[in-house]
Design a protein. Structure first.
Lengths: 211, 351
């Protein structure tokens, strides 16, 4: 029995346009995970991520003819729709966005010396208990930095694909990612310092209690 | 490579991305020679490890199945609409008719019915007629609104008529009740003319020698142990008149009243759980209640049960009632009055 290659996204899209439900389902199952995770990493809410995922594929149903393969992959097209949906939701819920995001955006980039210090603070980031800290740090980034981190670091898209999704130049993506990583290091180090200070204070209080 | 150039390329170096081989070698060589940049590279690699860990932790996160279900449903609905539109476009060159609809049905998917095709044809006719249909559509809407208003008005009129009918039925019911009261009064006129005491006054008048409670019970239309107690307390003196009493009971029963297997709570003044079959069935002839030996008296505030039982016919003898000697082996029905404590207080016989 000859094994056939799985159909490409374009083939599935073509079949989907012709009304093939199976093609739509196959395309959905192939791409929904990335879209959902990207939305989740952008907004941090599973409910919003579900809505965004649904909206993305509804838009694909309605506007599939607007997709131009010469401008990028179908995945990038879907990520772009998801990005627009997430930004729309974030703009709608702007009142609930922490104010310090804008402050961080306005602050100058951390100096390389600041990023060098406390290497051991980030040395154990691969451990399970610090994953949530990294996730929260990503969510605390400004939206345009967050999206490049989500696309390039978490979804592992290339700079070109991320640029297609974000609608900006590759150089812009690269600089944003550079800046976003510096901000993440700052946030994680600050979080680690706060945690260390809290631990020290607790130890001190405990010592006084037994004094 | 100097430190500034290294800082520019450090994310790519840390992430291990494809990059120019010469730049990569130069950057790594600089990191080996510069402690500061080496530390910087270590921090970036640590961050990269953390981000990869986050990405790995989210690998299995997918949209829930309900999203797929909703999308598939939307896809089917959209496909159906598109098919319908396609069918309409297929018929567009013609002035659609029912025959065209039949023809369209042949090219449509099997899921489309002939009725749907006919609707498409009619819709196409309307589309081709264009603006001239706007006024008739408005007229149709107005006609539909008028019909709706007429229906609502008719419904309101019917509801009003229903109330009148209800009032008529209520009047008829009142007439029936009046007839029943007249019948009861007729029954009472057959009984000794004694002012009927209320429920709470039953014990006060219990020792009245001419108290025949059966007619009074017909007026009260509920089972009342207090009245029964009156009968109990007077029955001893009237045992000899039992046949006459039974005839009076029969008359009372013809008025629709009698004791039943009912739960009576004198504190609430009403019978609960009346066994309608006893009242609505054929008339029964009952004796007065006969007090049982050793039973304490029931007061007006006590509750009780009347339980229908069957007793040997010979039991009639112990209460001084006549017994047909040829039928002494049979059984007779009796109502036993039980107090709340479960002790039988009295008994009456039913025929």
């Amino acid at each position: 029995m000859a094994l056939s290659n799985p159909p490409s996204d374009l083939d599935l899209l073509r079949l989907m346009r012709a009304g093939d439900e199976d093609a739509f389902v196959a395309l959905y199952r192939r791409r929904q995970g990335g879209v959902y995770r990207f939305a989740l990493q952008m907004c941090g809410s599973t409910a919003i991520a579900e809505d965004v995922t649904q909206e993305v594929f509804m838009a694909l149903m309605q506007d599939a003819c607007h997709f131009d393969p010469s401008r990028g992959s179908l995945a990038a097209y879907l990520y772009g729709i998801a990005r627009n949906q997430v930004l729309r939701v974030l703009a709608r819920d702007r009142a609930y966005v922490p104010m310090h995001d804008d402050a961080d955006d306005a602050q100058p980039s951390a100096t390389p010396d600041a990023l060098i210090a406390d290497c051991d603070v980030l040395g154990d980031l691969t451990r399970g208990e610090t994953i949530e800290r990294v996730r929260q740090a990503v969510l605390a980034l400004p939206a345009h930095y967050r999206e490049v981190v989500a696309l390039c670091e978490l979804q592992e898209l290339s700079y070109a694909e991320a640029a297609a999704v974000s609608g900006c130049a590759v150089g812009t993506v690269r600089s944003r990612l550079h800046r976003a990583r510096a901000m993440l290091i700052e946030k994680l180090r600050a979080t680690a310092e706060v945690k260390e200070a809290t631990t020290t204070t607790d130890s001190f209080r405990t010592a006084r209690c037994f004094a | 490579m100097n430190c500034q150039n290294f800082e520019t390329n450090v994310p790519e170096l840390a992430r291990g991305l494809l990059m120019d081989a010469a730049t990569r070698e130069a950057g790594l060589a600089h990191a080996d020679s510069c402690a500061r940049c080496r530390a910087r590279l270590a921090v970036e690699r640590a961050l990269d490890g953390g981000l990869r860990a986050v990405a790995r932790s989210a690998e299995n996160e997918n949209a829930p199945a309900r999203v797929e279900s909703a999308l598939v449903a939307a896809f089917r609905a959209r496909r159906a609409v598109q098919t319908e539109m396609h069918a309409a476009q297929t018929n567009a060159p013609h002035v659609a008719s029912e025959n065209d609809a039949q023809r369209a049905a042949n090219v449509l998917p099997a899921s489309f019915t002939r009725e749907a095709s006919a609707n498409n044809a009619r819709s196409l006719n309307e589309m081709q007629r264009g603006s001239t249909l706007r006024f008739p559509r408005t007229g149709l809407r107005a006609a539909a609104a008028a019909v709706l208003i007429f229906c609502v008005a008719g419904l309101a009129w019917m509801l009003a008529g229903g109330n009148v009918g209800e009032q008529t039925r209520e009047t008829a019911r009142t007439s029936v009740d009046a007839a029943a009261i007249n019948a009861a009064q007729q029954t009472r006129s057959d009984a000794p003319a004694t002012p009927a005491p209320e429920n709470g006054d039953a014990l006060a008048s219990a020792n009245s020698p001419d108290l025949n409670s059966q007619a009074r019970e017909s007026r009260d239309t509920v089972s009342r142990p207090a009245a029964a107690l009156a009968s109990i307390n007077t029955a001893t003196g009237r045992r000899q008149n039992a046949p006459e009493s039974m005839r009076a009971n029969a008359r009372a029963m013809r008025g629709g009243v009698g004791y039943s297997n009912a739960r009576y709570d004198s504190r609430r003044g009403a019978a609960q759980g009346a066994d309608a079959s006893l009242n609505q069935g054929e008339a029964e002839i009952t004796t007065d209640f006969f007090p049982l030996a050793g039973a304490s008296e029931l007061t007006a505030t006590d509750g009780g049960h009347v339980v229908r039982v069957e007793l040997p016919r010979s039991a009639l003898v112990s209460f001084g009632l006549p017994v047909n000697v040829e039928r002494t082996g049979g059984r007779v029905k009796a109502d036993v009055l039980l107090g709340d404590d479960g002790v039988a207080r009295a008994v009456r016989f039913v025929r």
